[in-house]
Design a protein. Structure first.
Length: 263
DNA sequence: ATGGTGGAAGGTCCA
């Protein structure tokens, strides 16, 4: 059985319905994990997404900010919402797929502009969130699991357009990179995208709206990730990033990341 | 150091 999973920070699910329709038509994921839905659950466009084929939905949103969802052609069970770092913000949902795979969808806090936890509460919140994740997943390392989402950290030198110029920019600072790698180490996670594309090759999943020409300047970062636990490595068929989506009409600033599994 | 754009708002806040 082949399962195709997409993760996409849509920057408002209601503003991205045409993009979701095009993604469903052209790429046909079985499961789409969304971040930054920016809508409370009662106003989530459930019927529109159901009409695209994704009748099974786990949503956890709030007004204006954050918000995540898992939308699936297949049945989902044991769906849960979890809060982190003392805030109720709609940043994590998870559920079970058949055959017995746990799927986690995260929107990790961006962390504000100043990379100093003593003066920037948002950066402190991000570091606390990452630390809590490392502890929680350390206690679940025997799970057969997939973790996707906008993790808001670009861990490797070739996950950013300029390692040197972003060392002091939130998303690529050494303290965030160490925190993300600590989650991977303690939770026994493997980076599915880097499993297929060597670290020597630049890979981005986000380009700022503020660039005059995002494609030619290409000042991107890889903030969106798909991880799997080791028992799923033999099932990995492919993992890739849909760069062209950034050039679609009315784009998100993030593009989808895809995984094909044969389980 | 600042601004550049986009989204939810209908103030600004956030990315």
């Amino acid at each position: 059985m082949r399962i195709r999973i997409a993760t996409w920070n849509v920057n408002s699910v209601r503003r991205r319905l045409a993009g979701l329709k095009r993604l469903a038509k052209e790429v046909s994921p079985d499961i789409i994990c969304l971040q930054e839905t920016k809508v409370e659950d009662a106003k989530f466009p459930a019927s529109e997404i159901s009409e695209l084929g994704y009748q099974n939905q786990v949503i956890y949103g709030q007004k204006s900010y954050h918000g995540v969802a898992i939308c699936s052609r297949y049945n989902l069970s044991d769906s849960k919402r979890r809060d982190w770092s003392g805030k109720i913000e709609g940043r994590h949902v998870y559920c079970r797929l058949e055959p017995n795979i746990e799927l986690h969808n995260f929107y990790i806090p961006a962390g504000g502009n100043i990379p100093d936890q003593d003066v920037n509460e948002k950066f402190l919140h991000k570091l606390n969130f990452l630390e809590e994740m490392s502890v929680w997943f350390a206690g679940r390392r025997n799970a057969r699991a997939i973790l996707v989402g906008d993790l808001n950290v670009a861990p490797s030198a070739n996950d950013v357009w300029s390692h040197r110029r972003l060392l002091d920019v939130v998303s690529h600072t050494p303290i965030e990179v160490a925190a993300l790698k600590n989650i991977m180490a303690k939770g026994n996670w493997v980076d599915a995208v880097r499993h297929f594309t060597p670290e020597t090759k630049k890979l981005f999943s986000w380009w700022s709206y503020r660039a005059h020409d995002w494609s030619s300047s290409n000042r991107g970062r890889r903030l969106d990730h798909i991880w799997v636990t080791p028992s799923l490595i033999p099932a990995l068929d492919a993992a890739w990033i849909l760069r062209d989506t950034r050039g679609w009409l009315d784009p998100s600033d993030h593009v989808p990341v895809l995984l094909d599994l044969d389980v």
